[in-house]
Design a protein around this ligand. Structure first.
Ligand SMILES: *[C@@H]1O[C@H](CO)[C@@H](O)[C@H](O)[C@H]1NC(C)=O
Ligand SMILES: *[C@@H]1O[C@H](CO)[C@@H](O)[C@H](O)[C@H]1NC(C)=O
Ligand SMILES: *[C@@H]1O[C@H](CO)[C@@H](O)[C@H](O)[C@H]1NC(C)=O
Ligand SMILES: *[C@@H]1O[C@H](CO)[C@@H](O)[C@H](O)[C@H]1NC(C)=O
Length: 503
């Protein structure tokens, strides 16, 4: 039950008639390639995620939460800007270590929005929105006071000689060949190359706790963004978690992520700010089913990463704020796009003066209110003005105009997920009732559904008319000279870029 003070504080927040005693802190937890069915609190029988389960039990669990892309970089761009990746130019596909482009600096990130209100900001983990010449696009240039992490996916560098589990179990597979090994960066300096996967999570966890401690000591409101490398391929875990999960390497990696979540919670409690902190958790895109039992699980959703089926873009999500968010489950429609407007509202920060695609979620969080959002648009990995969105959800209905399988979703028994399931145009669109049929099994092809198809068509046309594609940053291509190297003038690259830790 909420006590009276909480109700008063809540009222103040919602009506914005009077500012709360101190602006709230924000912790944004973001998993990598984690499926709808991967967490214990979303029904997985053998995942051990006690800390995320606790957030879910004592917070608000979303059943209908979406990201904007079935792959990493575009999904992250939309999360941090509240705008579709097509506007910021983060398409097609993802960034590489030597990519020339990055998230344009004139895009406003959540960190920049909060900095305008005096927040101290830090990011720990995976960036994947560009590095560029002389760190042009690193988090330190996009509103984060501090950054510690690998600036892209930890498989974007050869990993066959790297240790993923103690004492010296090599990483499974080869990862990307012909580029530098993955660097661990502090702000804009490479601290270690290759990053030591066995120590990585501990280093992250310590950095996160220190950041919170210092912010609290300085009486500064803070924003911590922790996009983990877990549970992306190749899975890894240090000594505390290796072999601890009944689910194998994926389970160990997930458990290590969950452990860091636990450490962050503990720090928030010990520093006395837990009751003034909103923690929001979700993931970047669906599971990489091609890794078979080493990959994630989309639960009852169809297909996974790389596809515009539910498994590719519907993610587990949890909002936690003791005293203010009542424990429960919400079926309100929500999106990673909505996080920026929600945090801005709670911090009393003005919204960036750009076309935003996100809406404020505070009514869902605090009032069990209806969502301001009635639609979800599903962009493929490679959006184009010609094909635009592949699918549209309106209320409980989803129409697929185009479908296509993906290599990332290979190896499930459902042939629609496979790479060999080539691009298909559906006219009329396939139509599913996601409330009655969340697995997208039963096409509503009867004429009685014509009014729904017509409504969705109108919504799609309006959306397309509002969409202005930004210049593609990823099509600017790759220059291997831009790959991060701890000894920039060494030869022969990429092998010579090798430095042990100063951390
Ligand atoms: C950023 O600059 C580019 C190039 O001038 C422009 O096309 C784009 O609209 C700008 N984006 C924003 C959010 O202002
Ligand atoms: C990039 O940094 C290097 C080393 O500090 C410097 O020599 C070079 O001029 C910089 N390039 C640009 C375009 O700023
Ligand atoms: C991995 O180790 C082998 C054996 O030492 C070596 O020949 C090979 O070049 C290494 N590969 C990479 C990518 O470091
Ligand atoms: C948070 O609020 C709860 C319930 O009012 C209270 O028991 C707890 O001591 C508070 N925690 C902190 C760190 O203030």
């Amino acid at each position: 039950m909420m006590d009276l003070m909480c109700i008063i504080a809540l009222f103040a927040l919602i009506t914005a008639q009077c500012a709360p005693a101190s602006p709230p802190n924000f912790v944004l937890l973001f998993a990598d390639d984690l499926g709808y069915g991967d967490l214990g609190c979303f029904g997985h029988p053998s995942s051990l995620t006690p800390n995320l389960n606790r957030l879910a039990a004592q917070g608000l669990r979303f059943t209908d939460f979406y990201v904007t892309s079935p792959v990493c970089s575009p999904s992250r761009a939309a999360l941090l800007t509240g705008r579709y990746q097509t506007r910021s130019g983060i398409y097609p596909g993802v960034f590489y270590p030597g990519s020339r482009g990055g998230l344009p600096l004139n895009e406003t990130t959540i960190a920049e929005v909060l900095k305008s209100q005096g927040y101290t900001t830090a990011m720990v983990g995976k960036w994947h929105l560009g590095v560029g010449l002389n760190s042009t696009y690193l988090p330190t240039r996009q509103g984060f006071d501090k950054y510690l992490g690998i600036p892209y996916s930890h498989d974007q560098g050869p990993c066959q000689n790297l240790t993923c589990f103690p004492p010296d179990v090599k990483c499974f597979g080869l990862c990307d060949q012909g580029v530098v090994t993955v660097p661990l960066m502090f702000n804009e300096i490479i601290e270690q190359q290759p990053a030591d996967f066995l120590q990585l999570e501990k280093t992250y966890s310590k950095f996160a706790s220190q950041f919170i401690n210092v912010a609290v000591q300085n009486k500064s409101p803070f924003f911590l963004y922790y996009p983990s490398h877990h549970t992306h391929y190749p899975q890894y875990a240090g000594a505390d978690y290796a072999g601890k999960s009944p689910r194998g390497p994926f389970g160990d990696a997930l458990m290590e992520f969950d452990g860091t979540v636990g450490q962050i919670l503990k720090t928030l409690e010990e520093t006395g700010v837990i009751n003034n902190t909103l923690i929001f958790f979700t993931g970047d895109n669906g599971p990489e089913l091609m890794r078979k039992s080493r990959g994630g699980n989309a639960g009852l959703m169809k297909c996974g990463k790389g596809t515009t089926y539910e498994g590719g873009m519907r993610e587990p999500a949890i909002a936690y704020w003791p005293g203010l968010i009542q424990p429960g489950v919400t079926r309100a429609l929500a999106s990673s796009l909505d996080i920026l407007p929600t945090f801005a509202k709670l911090a009393g920060a003005p919204l960036p003066k750009v076309q935003l695609d996100g809406v404020d979620m505070t009514d869902i969080l605090f009032n069990k209110g209806p969502s301001q959002r009635q639609t979800i648009f599903y962009y493929p990995v490679d959006p184009s003005e010609k094909y635009s969105v592949f699918a549209v959800r309106w209320k409980n209905f989803k129409a697929h105009y185009y479908t296509r399988g993906a290599a990332h979703s290979e190896s499930t028994p459902d042939n629609d997920c496979s790479l060999l399931s080539f691009f298909k145009h559906h006219d009329p669109p396939l139509l599913f009732n996601l409330e009655a049929d969340p697995s997208e099994n039963y096409n509503l092809d009867g004429t009685e559904w014509d009014p729904v198809r017509k409504e969705i068509q109108t919504i799609k046309e309006q959306f397309e008319a509002s969409m202005v594609f930004g210049e593609s940053e990823i099509s600017k291509g790759i220059d291997s000279a831009l790959e991060p190297c701890c000894t920039p003038s060494c030869t022969p690259k990429p092998q010579c870029c090798h430095c042990t830790s100063a951390l």
